[in-house]
Design a binder for this molecule. Structure first.
Ligand SMILES: Cc1cc2nc3c(=O)[nH]c(=O)nc-3n(C[C@H](O)[C@H](O)[C@H](O)COP(=O)(O)OP(=O)(O)OC[C@H]3O[C@@H](n4cnc5c(N)ncnc54)[C@H](O)[C@@H]3O)c2cc1C
Ligand code: SF4
Length: 445
């Protein structure tokens, strides 16, 4: 695979990876948008936010110049409100529910207004929450992603002493290591983690991996409760011939490298194929293009109707010049001298809808071949099965089962992607709050 990322001038990388949703340029621009809000009774935007942020209230506070109050309203429901304002797929959440859509007018830019208040709070290091006096309870949290951090902050506010065990060198989980660099920068993620921790009472121990350096039964002995927030897991294999050739990578490792090592050091092919049509696939494809690949082809075995990404995400890929091939499944990766040279795919058709209305792709037997020098696999993630089974956690295909936050093991709780199988950051934040609530109730038992 040729290393072509160094072909682009430095300014071009900066342009390609700059903020895709820039903030308001002036205070007046924010005020104009805030004043458009109709402050609906029973606001649909609030109901469509998984963390139930009181959107009309925080927007009203912006209109009256009470930015501190506005940030407090947001962070009370969602301590990652600043990050969420950059990464939430708002078209299917709050902004998608805005009543202006029914009037064929632009929805209120809720996320941009949320960013306005929360970034000001972070920049000024406003401390908006007090930690209650220690109640003498200790909780271990495994995983410093959105679910773990949200759980930690909620518990710390209530006076619980929290220790987070994180296997990586930085906190933030996929927010730091997975989401596209043009949505959130690694620097922002670090600032957000620091801001969350500034409440006190939360100690993070980095490079500590459950199953390796630490074991669940030891945590159970040393703490009053344990919360598992370990995320979904590993990249799913395609299970086709040629998958081990050089130049075949998984999307999460590819994005991890961009986020961890910087644009200049990441290898990208010239002709790249991406398998999948979820958010991860879109992020991998657009970033390959932005690193300088001349051709990026995305293949998906169903049609646009069934794609997991949103219309807005698909349009980002199209605007970046990625080619989309529907109804195509990878069949074999061809190579020469151990390196990938081509991808053979099979045309698919959709079968009859199943009981749930989902139509499965059926192979047609017709194949086609495209020349490539890099293949990025983004066909989903598989759970940390070994870890889950070893610890005898009740699960359904690797998704940890919970009942009111409780796992099948007494005193062990779980939430976020490891329970829901992989949703959005905002869902993980809510899961962390729910987990903290369950733990606090457990302490009262
Ligand atoms: C490529 C990609 C792009 C995405 N883009 C978006 C987006 O644009 N918008 C959006 O809202 N969502 C997006 N998501 C989804 C979002 O990132 C996740 O839903 C969210 O991060 C889940 O939070 P979590 O805390 O449950 O898990 P994670 O964020 O995965 O955090 C889990 C943490 O646990 C740690 N960990 C794992 N195993 C262990 C162990 N054994 N011991 C110790 N620590 C461990 C991990 O290192 C990690 O820090 C994307 C996901 C991916 C993969
Ligand atoms: S957290 Fe996300 S979904 Fe909720 S109001 Fe903010 S931008 Fe919308």
């Amino acid at each position: 695979m040729p290393i072509i990322s160094n072909r682009l001038p430095k300014e071009k990388y900066e342009e390609n990876f700059s903020d895709i949703h820039p903030p308001f340029e002036t205070k007046d621009a924010a005020l104009v948008e805030a004043n458009r809000c109709l402050f609906c009774y029973d606001a649909p935007c609030m109901k469509s936010c998984p963390t139930s942020i009181d959107v009309p209230k925080f927007i009203k506070q912006i209109t009256t110049g009470n930015i501190k109050g506005s940030a407090h309203t947001i962070f009370t429901s969602n301590i990652m409100g600043a990050g969420c304002s950059k990464v939430c797929p708002v078209e299917k959440l709050c902004e998608g529910a805005c009543v202006y859509n029914l009037m064929d007018e632009e929805a209120i830019p809720i996320a941009k207004l949320q960013r306005y208040s929360t970034e000001m709070a972070m920049e000024n290091n406003w401390q908006l929450f007090d930690r209650k006096k220690s109640i003498g309870k200790k909780v271990a949290i495994v995983g410093a992603g959105p679910a773990g951090l949200s759980c930690a902050h909620t518990l710390s506010r209530e006076g619980v002493d929290v220790t987070i065990y994180e296997k990586e060198k930085k906190g933030g989980g996929l927010m730091t290591y997975g989401i596209a660099a043009y949505k959130v920068s690694p620097e922002f993620c670090k600032d957000e983690v620091d801001y969350i921790l500034s409440i006190g009472g939360i100690d993070i121990k980095y490079e500590q991996e459950l199953g390796k350096n630490i074991q669940l039964d030891d945590l159970q002995k040393s703490f009053d409760a344990v919360y598992l927030a370990i995320g979904v897991g590993l990249a799913r294999q395609l299970a086709i011939p040629g998958e081990n050739l050089s130049g075949v990578v998984d999307a999460i490792s590819f994005i991890y490298d961009i986020r961890n090592n910087g644009f200049h050091k990441v290898q990208v092919g010239d002709k790249v194929a991406v398998i999948g049509m979820g958010m991860t696939a879109i992020d991998a494809a657009t970033q390959a293009k932005r690193l300088g690949a001349s051709e990026v082809t995305m293949l998906y075995r169903r049609t646009q109707e069934e794609m997991p990404c949103t219309e807005v995400e698909l349009n980002i890929a199209k605007l970046d010049g990625c080619k989309i091939v529907w109804l195509a499944a990878p069949k074999e990766v061809l190579g020469s001298d151990g390196k990938v040279t081509a991808l053979v795919s099979e045309n698919m058709k959709l079968g009859e809808p199943d009981a749930g209305g989902r139509r499965s792709p059926i192979p047609t037997g017709e194949t086609f071949t495209i020349e490539i020098d890099m293949l990025i696999k983004a066909a989903g993630q598989t759970p940390f099965m070994e870890l889950i089974e070893k610890n005898k956690l009740k699960n359904s295909q690797g998704k940890i089962e919970i009942n009111n936050g409780f796992t099948s093991i007494n005193g062990v709780f779980a939430g976020g992607d490891c329970v829901n199988g992989g949703k959005e950051v905002v869902d993980a934040v809510q899961a962390g709050k729910d987990g903290a609530k369950a733990i606090l109730n457990y302490f009262k038992l």
